[in-house]
Design a protein around this ligand. Sequence first.
Ligand SMILES: [Zn+2]
Length: 118
Amino acid sequence: MSGLDERFRRQARNEAIFREVNERIAQLGQSAQAWSPDGVVEFLCECGVDGGCGERIRMPLEVYETVRRQDDRFAVHPGHETPEIERAVDWTDDYVIVDKIDAVEPQVADDPRGAPSS
Ligand SMILES: [Zn+2]
């Protein structure tokens, strides 16, 4: 699949950037349980549209951890999925977890934790 629109490649790279921001937020959430007594943390939507939509998503830290375990998975605001480059694998009223299609995995493979793609 080589005909992928440059727009989607750029969007996928943006998502990888927001993932890094959310990694910081997750670290804060772990060290400051005080502001997340129920384990729910406010992350940034990782959809990467137009350089970032700025929406926040509420997600339990433990769910976030399961998303991060695979480096081609991202958490986005409901309705912010981009079917051209990802498919939804889990969803709630607060967030949707998406799995990247193979064509854009090279754009998102630099996981900050270095987890192998699966
Ligand atoms: Zn978004």
